[in-house]
Design a protein around this ligand. Structure first.
Ligand code: FPP
Length: 243
């Protein structure tokens, strides 16, 4: 760095925290494949870097006082990808869970897997359940959406209610049977990678969420980009259908 260049600081560098308007942030982590291709590398390379970014951004969000974070890690549609790519993503999950066990003493992260987990192997599900149990007392809630689809989640909630014998279903009933139950509705949903759509992510929960779209590919997403999304969020007027 040259003497006349001022280092750009982040909210965390300045000791700033978000206020209660921003409790829950969610990310659609898009662009791993393109990021790798631009470097002449296989898509899996992008997912490894995407996983590193995910950890970095999670730590940063916790540092600036966000209490709930949800990431779209694997959708119900992502199984259509080449087997090698699916296998790599599954290996990344497995490694991440191992990391969580190793780092549990030092961090504040409460991990929860949201989605239809029945498709995963028994050993992976056992590990997921164990890390959820062992981090249940931590303050920063991290929901990792795996084999997740918003429509499937709503249908699943309705089926659970039918099994419970409900004759009529209210909005509150559905909210109470979502995979993300216990987390407030997301205030801000960030999608990287340039696409402007929700891709079946948090369909019910996002009714009044603010969206922030950026062309930045997920592996390049940084703490400064979180700050930028937060500052745009604070300029929005949330009216929830009122005036
Ligand atoms: C979308 O980019 C990314 C995914 C479908 C996988 C996301 C997974 C990770 C970032 C790993 C996260 C790890 C944990 C433990 C949560 P894309 O592949 O669709 O990219 P493209 O649009 O450029 O093809």
């Amino acid at each position: 760095m040259l003497w006349f260049q001022k280092k750009k600081t982040t909210m965390a560098d300045r000791g700033e925290k978000v206020d209660d308007r921003l409790q829950h942030i969610a990310f659609i982590m898009d662009g791993n494949g393109r990021w790798a291709r631009r470097r002449g590398m296989p898509r899996e390379f992008g997912h490894s870097h995407g996983a590193a970014t995910f950890k970095k951004i999670g730590r940063y969000c916790e540092k600036i006082g966000i209490r709930f974070m949800t990431v779209y890690a694997f959708s119900t549609e992502n199984w259509k990808r080449p087997q090698k790519e699916v296998d790599t993503i599954m290996e990344i999950f497995d490694e991440y869970i191992e990391d969580c066990f190793r780092e549990m003493e030092d961090d504040n992260v409460r991990v929860r897997f949201v989605g239809n987990l029945a498709v995963f192997s028994e050993s992976l599900r056992a590990k997921m359940a164990k890390i959820e149990r062992e981090t249940a007392h931590k303050p920063f809630m991290l929901n990792i959406a795996v084999n997740y689809g918003g429509r499937e989640e709503i249908a699943n909630a309705c089926n659970e209610l039918i099994r419970e014998g409900k004759q009529e279903i209210t909005e509150e009933d559905i909210s109470a049977h979502l995979y993300t139950v216990g987390s407030p509705m997301p205030d801000l949903i960030v999608r990287t990678g340039g696409e402007i759509r929700s891709s079946n992510f948090l369909l019910w929960q996002s009714a009044y969420s603010e969206y922030y779209f950026t062309d930045i590919l997920w592996p390049d997403f940084s703490a400064h980009d979180v700050d930028q999304a937060v500052s745009v969020f604070y300029k929005r007027k949330r009216r929830y259908g009122g005036v």
